[in-house]
Design a protein. Structure first.
Length: 113
């Protein structure tokens, strides 16, 4: 079992968001080439969970082709932090938008693979 979020990406559009319910969880946004540009979460303050957070992202992206993947997870803050640490290990830094919106230090993680 991988600790990375390795579900396949989907195109961020109304059709792909519609079946996603109001669950708590985490998500990643990526450029069409698969490069992760944002890591976010739907928490207790998200009105309709992942559904509403992804709809907000779609509106913010304003027609720019974007991919997404998500994971339903009740421990969304811990999982979010874990995904940030993994991204930092893999790419040497956090996505730019995450650095701007959530300027906090993340712990260190040394995955085996």
């Amino acid at each position: 079992m991988s600790i990375r979020l390795d579900k396949p990406f989907q195109v961020l559009n109304e059709e792909n968001i519609k079946p996603i319910q109001g669950h708590l969880g985490v998500y990643q946004l990526a450029e069409p080439n698969g490069y992760v540009i944002y890591i976010g979460y739907a928490g207790g303050r998200s009105l309709f969970g992942l559904n509403s957070e992804l709809k907000k992202e779609l509106k913010q992206r304003d027609g720019k082709e974007t991919l997404f993947r998500y994971e339903i997870n009740m421990q969304y803050i811990s999982r979010y932090e874990e995904l940030l640490m993994l991204h930092q290990v893999d790419f040497g830094e956090l996505p730019e938008r995450v650095q701007k919106e959530h300027p906090h230090k993340v712990g260190r993680l040394t995955p085996l693979a």
